[in-house]
Design a protein around this ligand. Structure first.
Ligand SMILES: [Zn+2]
Length: 60
């Protein structure tokens, strides 16, 4: 299983409309693997856009 940290350092995306305060709004569920994806981290977003991928092992 690929670790999140294997993809390199965090890549922080920017959002229009300023900072969100509700943490839940940063996450969506990937339709391919069912894992929660933090849309603020482009490593995760890019990974989960691959057509055939496995869930990422989260850093703890
Ligand atoms: Zn996924």
């Amino acid at each position: 299983m690929t670790k999140l940290s294997d993809l390199g350092p965090p890549i922080k995306g920017t959002r229009h409309g300023g900072e969100q305060t509700n943490e839940v709004e940063h996450f969506y569920v990937c339709r391919t693997c069912g894992q929660s994806v933090d849309r603020r981290d482009l490593r995760q977003v890019i990974w989960h856009e691959r057509p055939d991928h496995k869930p990422l092992e989260q850093d703890s």
